[in-house]
Design a protein around this ligand. Structure first.
Ligand SMILES: [Zn+2]
Length: 329
């Protein structure tokens, strides 16, 4: 018996484990096989997202699902889940690995680095093709929605104001400032944000643009950072992409470390932490945390549902970034 939960990789489970069923389906015994085949790619919204930059997020199709009893069904309105099948693009490398890449990266973030993430799992179409499934965190139990705005909206960046590449205009320091200005409990929010930036760098997520960070209104009426979403090792699909979607801060390539090696290391991230106002002692603690758990990460990659070839690639990218973050000048 070699079955694992396609949500959290727990061994010796048939279908989703109890914990994943609670996180995703209010406990309902939803099977890991959808009752329909891969939909025909006719998702216009995605194709209208024209950008000069080739990114995995730009070619991923998204479908809305609702839970009806024990079945997930495609829906136009009142979607509670987002489903991302294998992207149809011939433009990206290894598109068939994209769903599990995203699922694995989200699970590593949640299980090993205490990053709050959107609930997620791998699921399969009737024809056997995998898809990434995630539960929407902006939908209230009664079906209405929490107010949510991404950092492009909050900073007023749109195609209209900044052109086609608007999602990639700005720095991570700018986002830090927006968190400080809009979140009442900003010190812990800034630390969570910084932890996520380090995670993205270590796991080669080069597509963390302005729309991949959002604030959401709480029941109390104030704003907080949303759980993390869209995390994946993008370099597997778009190897030509730069290491970070946004600059860390203006002048981030001027320092001694970057000048010597041509990539970011601890000094640049430390400067960023300082600029967004994180206490140095807290910054060091976050570094130590993110640079730990190497064996656990490698183990989780091995237990994942990636192909053997992609596992090696995923692992090598992680080890490469880890060694960068352990280098000194
Ligand atoms: Zn599970």
């Amino acid at each position: 018996m070699n079955k694992i939960c396609p949500g959290c990789y727990k061994p010796n489970v048939e279908g989703y484990c109890l914990n994943c069923r609670k996180l995703l389906f209010k406990g309902a015994k939803v099977p890991p096989i959808l009752p329909f085949e891969t939909p025909k790619a006719d998702n216009l919204q995605i194709y209208q997202e024209k950008t000069k930059r080739l990114s995995i997020s730009g070619v991923q199709l998204k479908y809305s699902l609702r839970l009806e009893g024990k079945e997930l069904q495609l829906t136009e309105k009142g979607g509670q889940y987002i489903l991302k099948p294998i992207p149809p693009a011939a433009l990206v490398m290894q598109p068939d690995q994209a769903p599990e890449n995203e699922h694995l990266t989200m699970q590593i973030a949640a299980q090993l680095f205490d990053i709050q993430t959107a609930a997620n799992a791998l699921i399969y179409f009737k024809d056997g093709a995998p898809a990434y499934l995630t539960r929407r965190f902006d939908v209230k139990p009664d079906g209405s929605k929490f107010l949510q705005e991404d950092m492009a909206q909050i900073s007023g960046a749109s195609r209209h104001t900044r052109g086609e590449n608007f999602k990639y205009e700005g720095t991570y320091e700018d986002i830090g400032r927006l968190i400080r200005g809009n979140v009442a409990a900003y010190p812990p929010a800034l630390e969570s944000y910084f932890r996520l930036l380090l995670f993205n760098y270590l796991f080669s997520n080069g597509d963390a643009h302005l729309k991949n960070f959002s604030l959401i209104q709480t029941i109390m009426g104030d704003y907080t950072l949303t759980p993390a979403y869209d995390l994946m090792c993008t370099v597997i699909h778009t190897p030509q992409e730069s290491d970070t979607a946004l600059d860390l801060y203006k002048g981030d390539t001027d320092g001694e470390f970057y000048s010597r090696y041509g990539f970011f290391g601890q000094p640049e991230f430390r400067t960023l932490a300082e600029k967004i106002g994180i206490q140095p002692i807290r910054t060091e603690r976050i570094f130590a945390h993110l640079l730990s758990s190497q064996n656990e990460v490698l183990q989780m990659i091995q237990h994942s549902l990636l192909s053997e070839e992609t596992k090696i690639q995923y692992e090598n990218n992680y080890l490469d970034k880890l060694s960068r973050m352990r280098m000194t000048i």
